[in-house]
Ligand binder design. Structure first.
Ligand SMILES: *Cc1c(COP(=O)(O)O)cnc(C)c1O
Length: 453
């Protein structure tokens, strides 16, 4: 047995008391979000009708680098935080690499992913301002499950619109939401005007995030004391997720190391922001030269092949216009298993950081991601979410480079979730029926041209 330490855990009193607001310290601030009708910059108060006020303030806060985590939120973080920082000795050995690989294990949250880190404060701020009902949409169901959990613990009613195909194909996510008392409706549904219009035009509509967003937003607008919530993309979601990196910073210190490379998978950017931003602040001051790598699926390559433009945040075109790397909101990604990464754009903060060279992005094919996930499962004993497999694949690429050069680089990646409810995807990989998807340049070009006009 090795005497090397495997896991680093913080005591409860070491759980962060503040989130890190990178907007306040970015050398170049993100461009403003615009009202689609007037093309004028939006302010926090423009979103008060839809989101809890404090979340709107956080969204636009470019002055305070540290935002206090409310005590009731911190108390609920204690249910599962700190999450372990783990040295991946098994993976290192299998790769024969000289790199030191660490991962932050967000899969130990009660809902199996990092999404709870933002669901809890979002439910809290709604409760605090007298809201009784919250609503959202969910694709694969990770966000819906986290929101249902947080709503219950704060005594709120949650209504979740789940994309109909996913409602039918992933019945256990629906059961989890219902266990916590959420009302789950497959979208499109007859419960909203938007849903009725869609179903009248297309009776067998399979649903999409676009249809689910339209229904959730309509419910929030037409129900008294009801607010809408989102699980990724927005800056306040990234803010809440920084609890991951702030813990990791203390835990790396316990291990006596500092990361040369930080890696996370990338859907809308929340888990990447969460692990990366607290470390990135030391790059801004010139004190460190850490590399930050976002790993996106080759089937939805907004960071590596998208364009920096003003685009809608949602497929339906309801949100403000956001300055971001995008494939165009009309882009329909192929049906890969990493459902949480099938999003056309990147958050505004990350987009600006990528544009300014503070971070990098790589794209990973579906088969490479599962190959990496399987090796990780067999060496570290945790079955990763299909999304997280992308971070593992990018980490393995870097570790293999170290093997060639003999460098002992320290690599830290975020294990955003476990894959225990995604075994149908592993089944397909193991039976050899999964494929890669190629997105051709012409499709991307066509989508982006539609936005520019
Ligand atoms: C939702 C999800 C993602 C992608 O979302 P980000 O906002 O980019 O973090 C990644 N991993 C898991 C497990 C998820 O549930």
């Amino acid at each position: 047995m090795s005497k090397e330490r495997k896991r680093y855990i913080l005591d409860e009193d070491q759980i962060p008391r503040e989130w890190y607001n990178i907007q306040a310290e970015m050398p170049v601030k993100p461009l403003p979000a615009l009202d689609p009708a007037t093309k004028k910059p939006l302010h926090a108060s423009d979103l008060f009708h839809l989101f809890a006020k404090e979340l709107c303030e956080q969204e636009f806060n470019q002055t305070d680098p540290w935002i206090k985590i409310p005590e009731p939120v911190r108390d609920m973080y204690k249910f599962y935080r700190s999450t372990p920082l783990v040295r991946a000795y098994g993976l290192e050995k299998a790769l024969g690499t000289s790199a030191h690989i660490y991962f932050k294990n967000e899969s130990v949250s009660p809902m199996g992913s990092h999404k709870l880190n933002s669901a809890i404060p979002q439910a809290y701020y709604c409760k605090k301002e007298g809201v009784t009902n919250i609503t959202t949409e969910t694709g694969a169901g990770q966000w819906g499950a986290s929101l249902a959990y947080a709503a219950r613990l704060f005594g709120l009613e949650a209504a979740v619109y789940q994309v109909r195909v996913s409602y039918e194909q992933k019945p256990y996510r629906k059961s989890i939401m219902q266990t916590f008392g959420a009302q789950v409706t497959p979208s499109p549904s007859m419960s909203t005007r938007a849903g009725k219009d869609i179903l009248t035009a297309t009776p067998n509509h399979p649903g999409s995030l676009g249809t689910a967003i339209s229904e959730a937003v309509e419910l929030a607008r037409t129900t008294p004391n009801c607010k809408y919530t989102l699980g990724s993309v927005l800056s306040h979601v990234s803010l809440h997720q920084t609890v991951i990196g702030l813990e990791a910073e203390k835990q790396m210190e316990m291990a006596g190391e500092y990361p040369d490379i930080v890696v996370a998978c990338f859907g809308g950017g929340s888990n990447f922001s969460g692990i990366a931003f607290p470390f990135m602040r030391h790059n801004f001051t010139g004190e460190r030269k850490t590399r930050f790598i976002a790993a996106e699926p080759a089937s939805c390559p907004k960071l590596t092949r998208g364009r920096f433009i003003y685009d809608f945040g949602d497929e339906a075109g309801y949100t403000p216009l956001l300055p971001m790397f995008s494939l165009g909101h009309n882009f329909t990604p192929p049906n890969v298993h990493a459902g949480g990464l099938r999003y056309h754009g990147a958050g505004v903060i990350v987009s600006q950081l990528l544009k300014d060279g503070w971070m990098e992005a790589v794209d990973i094919e579906q088969l490479e991601s599962f190959e990496a996930g399987l090796l990780f499962a067999r060496t570290e004993g945790i079955i990763p979410a299909p999304e997280s497999c992308h971070a593992i694949a990018a980490t393995i690429r870097e570790a293999n480079r170290c093997k060639e050069t003999g460098e002992e680089k320290v690599i830290l990646f975020n294990l955003s979730g476990h894959g225990l409810i995604d075994m149908a995807a592993y089944d397909q990989y193991l039976s050899g029926s999964l494929t890669n998807f190629h997105v051709d340049d012409a499709t991307i070009e066509k989508n982006i041209r539609q936005i520019e006009h």
